[in-house]
Each structure stands twice: as C-alpha cells, then as structure tokens.
Design a protein. Structure first.
Length: 107
C-alpha cells in the first residue's frame, strides 16, 4: 500500500458523519449561549483561580529584564555624591538651628 492510500484510509476514520456534525454544532451553539451568560465577576474569579503555564526561559528573561531596569532606576535614586550629602546636612542643620533659636525643638 502506498502513502496516498494509507493517508486516504486514515482520513476516512477522522471524518465526522452528518449526525455527529449536527451534534457538534448544537453543542457549540449551547456553549456560545452559556458563555455569554457568565458575569464579569465569574470570569474574573475563573481567571484568578486558573493558571497559565510560562516557560522557565521566558520567566528567567523577564526576571532579568526587570532586575536590570529596577537597578538602573535605583542607582539614580540611591546614589548620593559628597556635594549633595553636604548640602542635605547643611540644610537640616540650618532648619534645626532656626527652630532652636525660636525656642522650639523639633525632633
């Protein structure tokens, strides 16, 4: 038996009969009407309680990208050079001196 005949024989077993097609259409129509009656809260709870499979490589790449971007942002926030540190100390000392000169102690 050659390849075409084998393929044709296998396709005969896959095809649906007309009655099976009608049953599938009816089930599809019922599923479509049933799906539209689901409320938003039910959809959200189904999404929240469901799960999504994410490949480990994609997850690792996303975590590295987030770490790199977070690190780039935080270096500007937490980096304090000597001049800005001196300015912060001087400003806080002036504020405390002015408050103590008025007789008010701010802790």
């Amino acid at each position: 038996m050659n390849f075409k005949l084998k393929l044709r024989a296998e396709l005969e077993h896959i095809r649906f009969t007309d009655s099976r097609k009608a049953i599938l259409r009816r089930h599809l129509a019922q599923a479509a009407t049933k799906r539209s009656s689901v409320t938003l809260s039910q959809r959200l709870s189904a999404f929240w309680n469901g799960y999504t499979e994410i490949p480990v490589s994609v997850l690792a790449c996303a975590a590295c990208l987030m770490a790199l971007s977070f690190g780039a942002v935080c270096t500007h926030v937490f980096a304090v050079d000597e001049t800005s540190a001196a300015l912060l100390i001087l400003t806080s000392a002036e504020v405390l001196d002015a408050a103590m000169a008025k007789g008010v102690v701010v802790l």
